[in-house]
Structure formats: structure tokens, C-alpha cells
Design a protein. Structure first.
Lengths: 419, 419
């Protein structure tokens, strides 16, 4: 392929979810020596990623990212940010970013599948997560659309534009519903995400809160959104002896409290099941600003949180719930209808915001699909995630069974994951 | 004119010389109540700006600027900057910028001339200086080139590109010569300045130090360059009673020392003549990092500084001189040859970097011309600048004569100002 023809899907280290920085700082400070492996997991087995994406394009795109560094302007921006908290990034961490280059990848093609993994220092490897996903996602759709005629392409984009604008028009009718873009990792493309964000910014006023994509926040003057994710409890629980594992799921929260103030204190309870997380949680967790909900039914999980808050005699109306699991307009409306009078809500709208091309062409491969890039190993211990949805479980079978015994399975169920 | 056809020359408040922020902070802090008037002065009487620039375009461009505000990203960038000094901008000043809108302008067309002035709070009006100049400059060249054919335009730009690249190639032969772009205010256009900066960045390596244009520094990851200028002594001397005027020229330096550290301590001695400035200067000025030279012969002024440093038993090799008066390659080479063994040099290269279209067409109006936007009044006192070049003097005649008596005229001479 001629270099002039090929444009790498991710062209800046700022084109990454903001939570990689907020988590990254904690990881850099408290776990500088932990070695981890992150691995691409295509949950949707009907999507033959390895067959569709040309291997040379994938290597070239990942190599391109490995050559990137943060610019002086990038660092000034992160350093000068005082949205969530003043001087939220410490000088040492900014120095770490200044010289950071992303660690090597390991790519093996196995028939219709690809094995893609990253091994190295946790704070470095962690940065690959949403970048690797955005690379895979965009290369996949480019390949799927490669054989389309100019006419077909125009129609696909015209329909996708229409589709997104109608979603936003529908949301305008429910002014209490607010949302942020959480769709970098599974976007149709960089440019499409930028277009979607531009449309939301122009149409939605106060209903559009911000974006998880740091580059988009930087470039389009939006609030960067993000706090923490499953990887923190997954690693810290893996490193803990079995007897301490239940307690270790709260260790990220303790470190978070040392690092960030109330604005960024949003916990994610579902790594080993939301029910046991809340049942075993220390009281200080009830003082946190809110909860992100990322698996199982958002309304039932919301009620679980609300009831738990009432147990601590805390008014749920003082708290924030951030649903972020495969949302679209209808689910956002339902959550608002069911929970909006009881608790503050703000949605993290992902793939179906930045990548809903369903029905724009007869090619069924042009749909969003479920994939993640998860930590699978930390210092030679396997990392496990149960979640509230058994279809989102990751880890080796026997370890999963062991974890189920340690954490219990109350409140876990199974539902098909689409995105 | 159709709005879709017209693009305002200045489209961001960051498209401004960086010294407007460093000075602005001092002005905001120490002189919040001073009212000033800045006025456009076209020194080159052969350039009929008022005849050439369409008044509606000028009004539209200035109105466009008045609608601009600093974005969140702009503020984060300024806030996070730690190039010259850590947290160089105070929260109060950043708050001031956050809500700043530029004050009104007064525009009167008088035949071939235009009268353009700005009156209001000093810290606000001051921001107009390089913005107003950049607007005038670009609208002027657009108008001059309006009747050129596509073919002519292509040739003009091809020749200007060739010209600049040859200048840079020549400078590559003198690796000791370093320079910054100081050319926002009299640029051919925004896009041309951006092109020139891109070329310098790609060709000049360590010889290209940075740019005085904050937007360009931000966007192209360069060092923003700038410290202080004539307006500070001009206002403070105007406000002082006659018996204190000589001392008042050092007041900006005293405030500067309270605000900025060594990296930004570059003094500009020529507001009322370099000779008397150095003769009367307190010893602490000799400790400053260096001197900017902005009028009269750079070599003679450089020697004046060197001899003065020796009087204080300071090694000139520990100091920096920044020539910034109408430089081009030959003068940069001469300054380097004559002074480069004795003192550190770094050039501020302005109009002939961002606007040298001489010889690219038969239209003689396509040359750089000398104009400034100067403070002319502060709290009802006229503001005077003598400089080391009597052709750069600004102020009413009788006041100039009075100032000459107060400051003396030793070392002042006259030489034609081209840019």
C-alpha cells in the first residue's frame, strides 16, 4: 500500500478515553512495578475481524501509534485543566506522559480471528485499551465499505446522518435527559465521531455534557469525561490472596480518595457483581458522588443503588447515576422514566452514538459489534471480571468458578451483549 | 458581501502576540483603573490603507473579533504552560481572560486614510494591538490582490515560497543564528504565517526558537515567545509628574521582577532612548537576562549594552540580546558577525519573515509597510515614545519636545523605517 493513500485511524495519543489519564495517574503512582497483559476480545463471534482487516494495515496503524508522543501543547492542556479538580495531574505523572511511548504489541493471525495483546508496565500498557479498539473498529469498517460504489457510500452516510439527527431530535423532547459521548472505542471512524460530536454540540445545548475522548474535548472545547474502570479492581483483586480478594475490590476506591475529590468520585461496582459490592462496601462509599452502571438492567441496578443509599439514610436525589452499557435513545428514555424522579442521571452513550449504521445498507457486517481490550494477567496472576451479566465475563473458566465462589453469584444473570 | 464568502482575518483571541498576556497580567494586577486609547498609525504615507481596504470588510472583521471569547481549551493551555515559569498566569488573571470581550473600536474614514482607535480599560484595550494590525494587514493584501488572475496569484505565491525558502537555506549556513517568528502583526495573511512557520519548523531545527503568535505556538507545538513592550513605560511615564518621569521608565521593570523570573526578564530600553536608559538604570537591571533592541542600528545598540555590562563587571557572554527591528537575513548575518562572539543573540524576525512578497509581482503595493497600533493617551495624559530612531517617534509635537528635554536626545538619530 502506498503510504500516501493510507491514513492511520488514531493519529494522536490524545485520541484516547480521558479515564486512561485519571486511572493512569493512580496506577503510575501506586503500582509502578506491576506488569500486565491487555488482550483484544471480540465478543461477537459472527464478526470475522481477522479475515476482514488487512494485517498490513493493522500493523501499520499500530506502529503509527507507537511512534506518537504527547506534544507540549497536549501536556499544557492536561496540566492547566481545572474542570473536575485543580491541578489534577501531578508533575511526576505529566513527566511520565512527556516521554511515554506505547509499548510493543503482539499480533498473531489465526484464521478468521486475530490475537492482539500488549504486555509491559501497567501504566504504559493501559494506554493501549481504547486506542487499539478504535484502530480495529475503523479498519474493520473501512474494509467492509471498501467495495461500495461512490453512490452506495453517499447513501450510507446520508442515512447514518439522518439516523443520528433523528435520535437527537427525539432526545430534545426529553430535556431532563443528558448524555456524554462515550463512543471512541467502537466508533465508525475518527471523522464520524467528530461529526457526531459536532452535531450533538450544535443541537443539544445543555443536554450534551461532554465527551470521553480527550482529543475531541481539547479540539472542540468540551468537557472531558471519565473516571475509573474495571481494570483497577481486576488487577488489584488478582494480586490479592483469596482471603483478601473481596476487600481488594475497594482498594481502587481508597487510592482514588487519596487522589481525586468529590467531582471524580464515581464508582463502578459491577466487576464482581453489584449486589455483593454494595452489601460489603464500607460506609465511605455511600458518600461518593455517584455510580456508573455498566452491565445488566440499568433500572434494576439503579434501584439497587437507590435502596442501598436509603439504607445509609442518604437522599438518592443528591447522587448521580451514569448508565453506560449499550445505551440508545429508547433505553435512555426508559431509564429516565423509571429512575429520573428518584436520582440524577447522566448517560454515557457509546457505540450507538458514534457507530449506528444499522439499516443504512444491505451489508449486515456494517453493524456495531461487541469487543473489548481487557487486562487478562497481572504479575502472572489471571485477571477476572464477572460483571452483572454472565455474557460479559472474562477470564479462564476454572478461575471464573473460583471467583464466583469467593464473591457469590447473587444478582448475576445473562443477557446478549450487542455492543 | 455574502457571509459565506468572507472569512475574518483573525478568528481566535489566541491569534495574538504572547507578550499581550505577559504584559496584560501586570497591567491587570497593578493598573486596573487606568483608561487608555490605542491608535492605529500608518507610518508609511505611500500606502493608502483607507482607500484600499473596503470599510465594510474592516468593520465586519473587527466585529468578528469583538464576538470572540477565550475557549476552555485556550485557558487550560495558558494555565498549564510551564515553559518560562511555572503557573505564570495567576487565577485572577485567567478569570479575567475567561470573560474578556474586546472593547469597542472607533473607525472613521478620512479620504485615503482611516482613523482607528480603541478606548477603555488598559488591560482590555491593550489586547487589540496586534489583532487590529493583523486584521488591517491581511485585508490590505487581499484587496491589493483582488484583481489578480488565478495565474498571477499562483506565480506570486510560488515566488514568495521560493524567496522564503532561500532565506532559510542561507540561514542554515550560519548555525549560530537563531530566530523566532515575530511576524503576526504585519503578516501577509494568517495562512501565510502558518505556512512560513511550518517551513521554518521543518527546515531549521534548533535554529528556529519559537513564535510570538500564541495560536501558532498552541497549534504547532512551538515555544510562545514574548515579554514586554513600549506601552508599559509609555503609560507609566505619562502618568508620572515631570520630575519623576525618568525614574518612571523603570517602574515596569520593578513590577516585572515581582511577577516573572529570570527567563522572562528581557528589558526594552529604547522608549526614551537607550543611552539615557542605561546611564540612569539601577544596578538590578544589569542582572536581567537580556535586552531587546528595537530601533536604530542593532550593532551600535548591542555595543552600547555590552559596554554597559562591562561597566558593571558582567560578562556579556552570560547575556542575551534580541534584535527585533525590521530584520532580514543580511542584517541577521551582520549582527551575528559583529556581535556573535561577544554576546548571545536570538533574533525576532517579523515582517520580512511573514510578509516578504517584494518582487513577486509588478504591483508595488504588495510590499510590507510600516504601521503600529500604539497607546496615545492614558487617563487624559498624552503618551509619547521617542525611541532611538526619530522616525519612530510617536506623540504630539510639543509633548515630544518636552520629553526630549526631560530625557535628553543623546544617541537618537533618524533612519527610514521600512517595516
Amino acid at each position: 500500500m502506498n503510504a500516501a493513500e493510507f491514513s492511520a485511524p488514531v493519529r494522536s495519543l490524545m485520541d484516547i478515553d480521558f479515564y486512561k489519564f485519571t486511572m493512569g495517574q493512580v496506577i503510575w503512582q501506586y503500582y509502578p512495578d506491576v506488569e500486565v497483559t491487555f488482550k483484544l476480545i471480540i465478543r461477537d463471534k459472527d464478526i470475522p475481524v481477522g479475515e476482514i482487516i488487512p494485517e498490513d494495515q493493522l500493523r501499520e496503524s499500530l506502529d503509527y501509534v507507537r511512534d506518537l508522543t504527547f506534544s507540549r501543547t497536549d501536556i499544557y492542556y492536561l496540566r492547566g485543566m481545572n474542570l473536575h479538580q485543580d491541578y489534577m495531574f501531578k508533575e511526576g505523572y505529566l513527566d511520565f506522559l512527556r516521554t511515554l511511548k506505547l509499548p510493543p504489541y503482539r499480533l498473531v493471525r489465526k484464521g478468521k480471528e486475530i490475537e492482539l495483546s500488549f504486555t509491559g508496565k501497567w501504566a504504559e500498557v493501559s494506554m493501549w485499551e481504547t486506542i487499539a479498539l478504535a484502530v480495529i473498529s475503523e479498519l474493520y469498517y473501512r474494509a467492509v465499505m471498501k467495495t461500495m460504489s461512490k453512490h452506495e457510500l453517499e447513501l450510507v452516510y446520508a442515512r447514518a446522518m439522518d439516523k443520528l439527527s433523528r435520535k437527537l431530535e427525539e432526545l430534545q423532547k426529553f430535556p431532563r435527559i443528558t448524555f456524554s459521548d462515550f463512543g471512541q472505542r467502537r466508533r465508525h471512524s475518527f471523522l464520524w465521531q467528530e461529526w457526531a460530536i459536532g452535531l450533538a454540540k450544535s443541537m443539544m445545548g445543555e443536554q450534551f455534557i461532554g465527551t470521553s475522548n480527550t482529543w475531541m474535548a481539547f479540539r472542540h472545547d468540551l468537557s472531558p469525561i471519565g473516571t475509573n474502570a474495571h481494570e483497577m479492581p481486576m488487577v488489584l483483586v488478582a494480586l490479592a490472596p483469596d482471603k483478601d480478594k473481596v476487600d481488594a475490590q475497594y482498594e481502587p476506591l481508597r487510592l482514588w480518595e487519596k487522589t481525586y475529590n468529590q467531582s471524580l468520585r464515581i464508582f463502578l461496582p459491577d466487576t464482581y457483581g453489584t449486589k455483593q459490592f454494595l452489601d460489603n462496601a464500607p460506609e465511605c462509599v455511600a458518600a461518593w458522588r455517584g455510580m456508573r452502571q455498566d452491565s445488566n438492567d440499568p433500572v434494576s441496578r439503579g434501584r439497587m443503588y437507590i435502596n442501598w443509599l436509603r439504607k445509609w439514610e442518604i437522599d438518592p436525589k443528591s447522587k448521580l447515576m451514569i448508565p453506560s452499557d449499550g445505551l440508545d435513545v429508547e433505553s435512555m428514555k426508559r431509564i429516565d422514566r423509571e429512575l429520573g424522579d428518584e436520582i440524577n442521571l447522566s448517560d454515557g452513550w457509546g457505540s450507538l452514538f458514534t457507530n449506528d449504521f444499522r439499516g443504512t445498507s444491505s451489508n449486515l457486517l456494517l453493524r456495531p459489534f461487541s469487543m473489548v481490550c481487557k487486562v487478562v494477567r497481572a504479575n502472572d496472576f489471571p485477571c477476572i471480571k464477572l460483571s452483572d451479566n454472565l455474557d460479559k465475563v472474562t477470564g479462564p473458566k476454572e478461575e471464573i468458578e473460583r471467583y464466583k465462589k469467593i464473591f457469590g453469584v447473587e444478582g448475576l444473570s445473562s443477557s446478549r451483549v450487542y455492543v
